[in-house]
Design a protein around this ligand. Structure first.
Ligand code: SF4
Ligand code: SF4
Length: 418
């Protein structure tokens, strides 16, 4: 676990964490569905979900908690931002017997990547979330470990930049970028270089659609050999899952399937994925997605204070770190800004847009030092002038037409200002 995500050494944080755990225990012990914002600005969230006895209650409880804390549900409280399970301050699961509770806690701990406390009671999963709506959680500076590597939460690998869908507001602009896959040798070269200076809790294999890559088991093999991360998680829209060979399923640590409302994964494919997860013992998360946040603005933001605020609140710069074209970027939006500026941005910068320091070249002679300074910088990136960061308005999820993509549209709502 990286230094960056350890926040509880301060006495006040420890007390808050103890209070959060006590509340979560109370919610789980009550065994009733519950959802309420807590006091404070921004407010936290207390949630409890239940399920009837089932063959796999952990799967049902986890899906219910993801749904309860999602942006559409929270909007009923007048807040337009969801809570992320990774940011829960306490998680407690209840089951009728101590053995069943312990087994469920073990299963859930592996899926959410943090400790889940078992108690006895009717089936229930309770969570408390810190007040972070719309804001990145407070975090200490990035630091190096004993081996001199900068510790980070997550590092992304875009093995195929193109996609078999054309989602509006795609964070990585896949509908707008040309077909491109990373060769296994290329992945091996830059992950080995990065592993000497950076260590991540998790590497996220994404795209585009990663299942369009011709040799995913090969990618997974070189990734593990590099030692860049503790865990490997693959994200997919699921449409090509049914055709995957045994070697694919056997190579997985974690699989997240985003099932988009505009292109849902077939129930039979989800059943297959669940069956494979049980057989090959990998972590499976299925995320139904009904809306996306707007990503990038066609308009240049000239106000320095607004740009600085967007950057400070932006959680993506801590979770979407990526290497592209020989440079390391703190976020995918900066990595793809050239494509975006060439196709979607229609309002030019009022001053020269300096993006020369938006990323770091991997051949920097002091790459670890450059990385540490870059990740800790207070100054926004040039790309932030065209970016909503984590503040983007929600839009119902939909697919763009080919004509819209050809016209450089990433969002119909934003396209009207062209
Ligand atoms: S599935 Fe949609 S959001 Fe994901 S990479 Fe493809 S186009 Fe983008
Ligand atoms: S460009 Fe700036 S605001 Fe946008 S995701 Fe990157 S760091 Fe955040």
């Amino acid at each position: 676990m990286g230094t960056v995500s350890k926040l509880s050494s301060e006495p006040a944080a420890a007390a808050a964490s103890a209070a959060a755990t006590t509340r979560a225990i109370g919610l789980a012990a009550a065994g009733r569905a519950y959802l309420a914002l807590t006091t404070g600005e921004p407010p936290g969230l207390d949630a409890c979900v239940t399920c009837p006895p089932a063959a796999h209650p952990g799967e049902d409880l986890l899906a219910a908690l993801r749904d309860a804390s999602s942006r559409p549900r929270i909007r009923a409280f007048g807040r337009d931002e969801g809570y992320r399970l990774e940011d829960a301050t306490a998680l407690v699961v209840a089951a009728p017997t101590p053995a069943a509770a312990a087994e469920l806690a073990r299963w859930l701990t592996r899926r959410v990547g943090r400790a889940v406390l078992p108690i006895t009671g009717p089936l229930a999963l309770a969570a408390t979330f810190a007040g972070r709506v719309g804001f990145a959680p407070a975090r200490p500076r990035y630091e190096r470990d004993a081996a001199g590597r900068v510790r980070v939460e997550a590092f992304e690998l875009h093995v195929a930049e193109h996609c078999n869908l054309r989602c509006a507001n795609c964070c990585n602009m896949s509908p707008l970028v040309p077909e491109r896959t990373l060769a296994v040798a290329e992945v091996a070269a830059f992950t080995t270089r990065m592993a000497a200076v950076l260590h991540a809790d998790v590497v996220k294999i994404m795209g585009g659609e990663p299942l369009l890559h011709p040799d995913l088991p090969g990618v997974l093999r070189v990734l593990r050999a590099s030692g860049i991360a503790d865990r490997v998680r693959l994200f997919t829209n699921g449409l090509l899952l049914a055709a995957q060979p045994d070697a694919f399923w056997e190579a997985l640590d974690e699989l997240t399937i985003s099932s988009y409302v505009s292109a849902p994964v077939k129930p039979a494919t989800l059943e297959l994925a669940h069956a494979r997860a049980r057989r090959h013992d990998f972590v499976l998360n299925v995320k139904p997605v009904t809306e996306f946040a707007q990503v990038l603005s066609p308009r240049y933001e000239s106000d320095d204070a607004r740009t600085a605020g967007t950057y400070q609140r932006c959680w993506l710069r801590h979770r979407c770190l990526v290497v592209r074209d020989g440079r390391f970027y703190m976020c995918t939006r900066a990595a793809y800004a050239s494509e975006f500026l060439a196709t979607v941005a229609h309002e030019p910068a009022t001053a020269p847009l300096d993006r020369s320091r938006d990323g770091i070249p991997l051949d920097d002679r002091d790459l670890a030092g450059a990385l540490e300074a870059y990740l800790n910088r207070e100054e926004p990136l040039g790309a932030c002038r065209y970016c909503f960061g984590g503040d983007g308005a929600a839009e119902a999820h939909y697919q763009l037409t080919r004509a819209e993509v050809a016209a450089g549209v990433l969002s119909r709502k934003l396209a009207v200002v062209r």
